[in-house]
Write a protein that binds this ligand. Structure first.
Ligand code: DC
Length: 259
């Protein structure tokens, strides 16, 4: 028995292997087993720890992290820069349709290239935060971006994080995590990040912004933020990033999905 994973045969691992069997006439049967690369979906509200966890997990597993929120932010950025009113649904949907977007994972960070340029630094401004929930509520925007996300995930070996990954984008993901944390803890994390980036924004303002986005993201008609039935809830309120990553690695191991 030859296994691409270098391990002995284990029937529990069957579901993520694909088989190709080659029989040589009269001789022994060789079974070549190619490992299908793991697909992980992480969903949850703003600042629940999804993106840092996805990046650290990607480093540990050697897979690619895909930040789908950055894609909705990119559509918002291009809209605002073109001087288009974000309420103009048709124009925003056209922008999403023609958007060229790539993500690369470099030095532990996901870089987002929008129409050929690295715009990673421009995607997290208060102005983008203000408009991104409206932009991401448009069905035409979602259709275009979901198509791109599925294409990015097609070859496996990915961890996608967002709001609708387990429910809509990748309903067949190998592992689905739904990350939650109290609004106060999420606001504290976001406030700290902003401070470190030199932005002095009152805590209460950050908390209100998070609550506003939670409401918009979970009440929109198309693909609202919600837990997939088969997702595992991970409450990160009292967990460090390291503990979050370890908890997911443990789940992968239990399911025989660790590399
Ligand atoms: O994860 P984030 O804060 O960067 O996401 C920005 C916004 O994009 C979020 O408020 C809702 C939207 N979003 C979405 O609708 N679906 C996703 N898969 C990811 C993000």
């Amino acid at each position: 028995m030859v296994s691409a994973s270098g391990r002995g045969f284990d029937s529990r691992r069957l579901h993520h292997f694909s088989f190709d069997s080659l029989s040589l006439s009269g001789g022994p049967h060789f079974i070549l087993i190619a490992m299908k690369k793991v697909v992980i979906a992480i969903d949850g509200p703003a600042a629940s720890g999804k993106s840092t966890t996805a990046k650290r997990l990607a480093e540990r597993l050697g897979v690619l992290p895909i930040d789908t929120g950055a894609m909705y932010r990119a559509v918002t950025l291009v809209t605002l820069e073109a001087g288009i009113d974000p309420h103009d649904q048709k124009k925003v949907e056209e922008i999403a349709q023609h958007l060229e977007i790539q993500q690369v994972f470099e030095n532990g960070e996901v870089r987002t290239f929008v129409n050929g340029q690295d715009r990673s630094r421009d995607l997290r401004t208060p102005e983008i935060n203000r408009w991104v929930s409206l932009v991401s509520s448009y069905p035409g925007v979602r259709r275009s971006l979901v198509e791109k996300q599925r294409a990015m995930a097609k070859r496996g070996g990915v961890v996608l994080e967002g709001r609708d990954i387990g429910t809509v984008v990748l309903p067949d993901a190998d592992l689905k995590i739904f990350m939650v944390a109290s609004p106060e803890e999420r606001a504290r994390r976001r406030w700290k990040e902003l401070q470190e980036a030199g932005m002095e924004i009152p805590f209460e303002e950050v908390l209100q912004e998070i609550l506003r986005r939670d409401h918009l993201d979970s009440t929109r008609a198309d693909s609202p933020l919600k837990k997939a039935e088969d997702a595992v809830v991970l409450d990160t309120t009292n967990l460090t990033i390291q503990e979050q990553v370890e908890a997911i690695l443990e789940l992968l191991k239990k399911r025989g999905l660790d590399p």
